[in-house]
Design a protein around this ligand. Structure first.
Ligand SMILES: Cc1cc2nc3c(=O)[nH]c(=O)nc-3n(C[C@H](O)[C@H](O)[C@H](O)COP(=O)(O)O)c2cc1C
Ligand code: SF4
Length: 429
């Protein structure tokens, strides 16, 4: 199995200076945007994106062309790039921001041309200091060259691009919380409907919110056509995707591959297998919010639909391997603690429930569990996500609450004995 480099080609071939505009232009950078603005039409760009069948890389996998098509007519429309990347295990947007920021800016220019947008924002997570510096420098360079600002590439198009650093909250990755934060409000998800960003987004105006990787793919699609992009990967999961591989593997890292091979193949060939030749006990296929798979499910294909058909999600593309020696209750506890810490607190089931789950798991993991704890865990989960089904039902405004339920249902469905074995049979009160 080999990588297919579309988005990471330039940075791999020019590791020293791929973030600089000279290096980017030497390798053909900004030519696609220039050609598109001078000779192309917005309709043609939208058509190419639709033909490519690219689906959003932020987590939900929504078809990008369809989303762009929803954008309501209005004088003021915005594009917001979601660079909040905070899902545990996910570190793929980081390299795109840090090592190829001009590719993203070129994607933004083409997207704004297609959607008739004159104001765009890149919202970067607060902890990404170096990527943010690199992106800001790249934006400054692009302004100096006349690729941003008024009459870019001497066309009639104007575009201003603002880089905004968040304060370091995972919830601001949820698109409506991100928009609130960008407006200077508390980063709390909005009630939906009616506030779908494409209809009512930033300042209640039509807004496209797209992930860094999604928009970084636009220059390649426009240069090579949507049809060529559509030939990569498999039906429903076209193109390449950057997977962040971590956990007990020999070679963790970011790998850009066509979707469609199995997780086992991926881990064996690109991850060089599991450390110390251990077996996989469980793995997370798509970030901390995703339900886990067992070690005997490594033949599942890495596509959005295959993973969904097996009751989980490819999500943000973060694959985390846990070997046979992993204490899964501790692993679940650390994920649940993350969500408890990051809950914005608006919804009682999430605010209270995630903290309860954390406390109960802590009790069980440290050998102080009670016989009633398993039922209690499931009951609290059911209050957040009724029925414990997948995709999750929610009693909450956003999916963060149900995300904390995923590791627990994974434990209970497939590793219940391990949980039970930690609970003393005779508990002293
Ligand atoms: C709790 C939560 C956190 C999220 N975090 C991110 C994130 O860090 N980056 C991201 O692109 N999308 C994130 N999303 C998904 C966004 O809401 C949105 O769907 C995405 O930015 C749309 O871009 P796309 O269509 O290009 O994938 C998150 C969603 C939820 C519910
Ligand atoms: S589910 Fe949690 S994070 Fe989402 S809005 Fe409710 S309290 Fe906030």
């Amino acid at each position: 199995m080999k990588e297919t480099l579309l988005l990471t080609k330039h940075m791999r071939e020019n590791p020293e200076d791929s973030h600089l505009i000279d290096s980017y232009e030497k390798n053909g950078g900004y030519e696609t945007a220039r050609k598109t603005l001078i000779n192309g039409s917005p309709e043609n760009v939208l058509e190419e994106i639709k033909v490519s069948n690219i689906r959003g890389r932020g987590g939900a996998g929504f078809p990008t062309g369809v989303k762009w098509g929803f954008l309501a007519e209005n004088e003021d429309r915005y594009l917001v790039i979601n660079a909040d990347e905070s899902e545990p295990g996910t570190f793929k947007d980081r390299i795109l921001l840090e090592r190829d920021p001009h590719q993203l800016i070129e994607g933004i220019i083409i997207t704004c041309f297609a959607a008739n947008i004159e104001n765009a924002f890149i919202y970067i997570r607060g902890e990404y200091a170096k990527p943010a510096r690199r992106v800001q420098d790249a934006v400054d360079q692009a302004y100096q060259k006349g690729y941003l600002g008024k009459n870019i590439f001497n066309s009639e198009m104007n575009l201003d691009l603002v880089v905004h650093l968040g304060a370091g909250a995972y919830i601001c990755g949820e698109e409506t919380a991100l928009l609130n934060s960008l407006e200077g409000r508390r980063g709390e998800p909005r009630l939906k409907p009616p506030y779908f960003p494409a209809v009512k987004g930033l300042y209640m105006k039509p807004t496209l919110v797209n992930n860094v990787e999604t928009i970084s793919s636009v220059p390649w699609i426009m240069e090579n056509t949507g049809k060529e992009y559509n030939k990569l990967g498999v039906e429903g999961s076209t193109g390449t995707r950057i997977f962040s591989l971590s956990g007990h593997v020999n070679n963790p890292g970011n790998y850009e591959i066509e979707m469609g091979s199995s997780f086992g193949e991926f881990v064996e060939s690109l991850g060089n297998g599991i450390r110390n030749n251990k077996k996989v006990k469980a793995y997370i296929p798509g970030g901390a919010s995703a339900p886990w798979f067992r070690g005997d499910q490594l033949d599942i294909k890495m596509t959005i639909d295959d993973v969904a058909n097996n009751n989980s999600m490819l999500g943000s593309g973060a694959v985390v391997m846990m070997d046979e020696d992993t204490n899964l209750v501790n692993a679940a506890k650390s994920i649940v603690s993350f969500f408890a810490h990051e809950s914005c607190g608006q919804c009682t089931p999430c605010r209270e429930g995630t903290t309860w789950l954390e406390m109960i798991l802590d009790r069980v993991a440290s050998g102080r569990g009670r016989a009633s704890d398993i039922d209690l865990l499931l009951d609290v989960c059911d209050n957040i996500s009724p029925g414990l089904s997948w995709p999750p039902k929610m009693t909450t405004i956003c999916p963060l609450g149900p995300s904390a339920v995923s590791p627990i249902t994974s434990l209970m469905n497939d590793f219940r004995e391990e949980v039970e074995s930690l609970i003393p049979t005779k508990v002293l009160l």
